[in-house]
Design a protein around this ligand. Sequence first.
Ligand code: UDX
Length: 478
Amino acid sequence: MERQPTVAQAPAPHVVFLPFPAQGHVKPMFMLAKLLCHVGGFQATFVNTEHNHALLQRTLAGDLPPGFRFLSLPDAVPHDREQQQSSISTVRELFNSIRNSKPEFRRLVTELSPTCIIADGIMSLGFDVAVELGIPVIAFRTFSAVCAWVYFHLRDLIEQRMVPIPADADMDEPITSIPGLEGILRRRDLPSVCRHGTPPPILNFFLRETESMRRASGLILNTFDGLEGPMISRLSTIFPQIFAVGPLHGLLSNIVKEEPLTASNGGLKEEDRSCMTWLDSQPSRSVIFVSFGSLVALTEAQFVEFWNGLVDSGKPFLWVVRSDSVLGEDEVPSSVKVLSGLKGEEAHDWSRCCVVDWAPQVEVLAHEAVGGFLTHSGWNSTVESVLAGVPMVCWPRLSDQQVNSRAVSDMWRIGLDMKDTWDRSTVEKTVRELMEGRRDEIMKAAVEMAGIARGNVEEGGSSYCNLEKLIVYIRSMC
Ligand code: UDX
């Protein structure tokens, strides 16, 4: 039986959802669309690229709520491409195709004439079409509030010549000009696009997209007041209509009883569940789960250092190694080659590790055996870990991840930030610190934050109430 927030009944609004075509963006947007159908009785049209649509169909489990349907925009990715997942090059191709699909999207929106569009914060195409057609548009930024706030200050940082970061800059120099983050951020904690060597068009892309978001009438975030209240209120100076409705997977499983917390919602890749049996055989809170999300790839040298650091830590570990996890150009994916090389080494006790291509991550994090998460600090992974009360070792690489990892270690104190280092002894030392040395202090903070997260998604909690407010807000557009 579903518990539903009390929202006055009126004709069903129709929302068109436009996600950015990558795993970490499709997933939270998909959960939001489901929630609005389940709770608000909305109609949802979820617009994917053809490639991602095909991937999503393979992993969908259970019924979609009434009123939910898919439409897809054409893309240039060959249909016979074997990759199950969108690697970073595929994401680039998908994004370029979708950018060129503006006339198609405009035609589609004109035909549907929805109540509003909810577009990813880096899909300005959605804002362009909405403004042209006079349809209300709300931005959904799949980042943390703290990172969204940093992006709104990029232009200032450029004017102050802090960004782009010069090659010889002191990366530990504090950033003092972002209100609310004084004493927290250093140069190395700025989004990766600020770093030396980033092609100017990429930095400009993020500047433009961030500015473009200002055309939205509201902002939705997959975060919660208990974690990011102060940053959310700062963002409300830009977006008076702001809705922090995270962690979305927690909210969904709380409100819709048929949706277990572990449901794979919006995943683009089939999960290998064999690791759950392996986890069952491990002692409580002993395992370190290692996953660098859907896009981050390591060099072979980095991979070997991580491997040895984990082995030397003496902790059992479960590592998600995608076929494109190690950079390389051969036909045989480098990760397969590197792994088989490591397996040839006899000294290691193989019962102490488990490697899968893609794990049921939310379920893994909720497993009793998992005691720590070595993560790239993608925002979905971060909120999933927070809700599960699992402390983190952070090794950020791309985009928002540098900011998130600093917040995890120095704002919320629920993990350790290992950014920019990957030698085996640092990996070993940091894993030991998390699992032994500073265990009690970090675990206490993580458990407390998990309790706050659960409270925020429960009936009457802030995320729950914000979902109700979002529903009322969209209904008011009818
Ligand atoms: C990136 C960004 O870093 C992120 O902050 C942004 O909001 C979206 O793009 P990504 O690299 O995909 O995201 O990481 P993350 O945001 O953590 O999302 C990965 C998702 O894949 C998570 O929901 C995670 O549960 C899922 N996953 C990952 C699995 O289901 N199984 C796995 O084995 C690994």
